[in-house]
Design a protein around this ligand. Structure first.
Ligand code: BG6
Length: 364
């Protein structure tokens, strides 16, 4: 059942090229996204004044990327809420609000309660979920399915990357309907998206390098993941993966914020994983990397192939196949998933069933 892999998590990490491909199948024209399951009229899309994205855990991390993309492409304000917080803070919602709930299982009680609250307040609710017929899919007005296939390991991997893809599809769909992106611009992102499955495969083909490298994390007690913009959003997911399955304490920090708070926690004992794929803030990120290097941290950088500059400022570089900056998160997270996986194995942890965690939590 694990298809020759030692754990479901590794199998699911390796299934990402297929999951990503399946999730885009039938949804991409040359310069247009087709979301058949979303039944909003163009007038309704144009009427949206605010978007809320609501989810838990890894799905919430996908929502953070969604916010950055939708605000960038659609120029509409987006808030991202943790589902268990959302309904208790009297969210400012009305019939001009689009609420997007993200849930792999479609059964998470907190997310379901948030969905019901949003409907009660008059919002239109679009669900992004992986399970056909799940509670979330039945109760939402519209559904964008991720076609990742069953995810068994508690730590989410292929569900996350397909949720990111769902955010890309939704963002482009809203932008094309509201006319905030030219068709050629949309076409450029679509062309890049089509390359993603093969690029993900390319990264997976180098998994052994990450495995070797992971051995240096076995005795680590604390680590930081840093980045700016979308890289920060992915840093949060990378940090969560490591914490969830290897029990190493990890913090994700917006790279520019370290100096305002926690820089003192960084020492030579604290490896730092620095994501540097967002070239508009690249120089700033490098300055922040220099700050942690000055505290003797060992730094592992992640950037695109061809950017040899980063090697000057870090101890080790992981290179990603080149894509547009908006799609970088889908690739960036893959080495982070592999790192968490191999560190967990090396520490002798129960990878697929980490302590005190359930795959889907159906109590609030
Ligand atoms: C948690 C799981 O309980 O629920 C996480 O341990 C998951 O892995 C989160 O991300 C949300 O789950 P779902 O099914 O709503 O996406």
């Amino acid at each position: 059942e694990k298809g020759g892999y030692d754990h479901f998590m590794l199998k699911e990490i390796f299934e990402q090229p297929k999951a990503l491909k399946d999730t885009m199948t039938g949804r991409l024209d040359e310069q247009k996204v087709i979301l058949q399951e979303v039944n909003l009229t163009p007038e309704e899309v144009k009427d949206i004044r605010k978007v809320f994205i609501v989810a838990c855990g890894t799905a919430w991390h996908a929502g953070l990327v969604g916010k950055t993309l939708i605000e960038h492409w659609v120029r509409v304000p987006v808030e991202v809420d943790i589902a268990s917080e959302f309904r208790y803070r009297s969210p400012l919602i009305d019939e001009h609000t689009l609420v997007v709930v993200i849930s792999q299982s479609g059964e998470t009680a907190d997310t379901l309660a948030a969905l019901r609250e949003a409907k009660k307040l008059g919002a239109r609710v679009v669900a992004v979920t992986n399970v056909v017929g799940s509670s979330v899919s039945r109760e939402a007005h519209d559904v964008i399915y991720t076609w990742a296939g069953p995810e068994i390991a508690v730590a989410s991997t292929k569900a996350y990357t397909t949720q990111l893809e769902g955010m890309v599809l939704l963002g482009l769909y809203l932008a094309q309907t509201r006319g905030t992106m030219a068709p050629e611009q949309i076409g450029k992102v679509i062309a890049a998206l089509k390359e993603i499955p093969a690029q993900a495969q390319k990264l997976l083909d180098q998994a052994e390098n990450i495995k070797d490298f992971a051995q240096s994390f076995v005795k680590v007690e604390d680590t930081f993941f840093i980045g700016r913009s979308l890289d920060w959003n992915v840093a949060m997911e990378g940090s969560l993966k490591l914490k969830e399955i290897s029990y190493i304490h990890a913090e994700a920090y917006a790279a520019g914020e370290l100096k305002h708070g926690t820089l003192a926690l960084i020492t030579e004992q604290t490896p730092v994983i620095a994501l540097a794929t967002q070239m508009d803030v690249y120089e700033k990120t490098v300055s922040n990397i220099k700050e942690v290097k000055a505290r003797d941290a060992k730094v592992i950088g992640i950037t695109f192939e061809g950017n040899t500059d980063l090697a000057k400022s870090v101890d080790h570089v992981i290179y990603l196949p080149k894509t547009v900056s908006e799609l970088a998160p889908i690739l960036t997270v893959i080495p982070l998933q592999l790192l968490a996986y191999y560190v967990s194995v090396a520490r002798g942890c129960d990878v697929d069933k980490p302590r005190n965690l359930a795959k889907s939590v159906t109590v609030e």
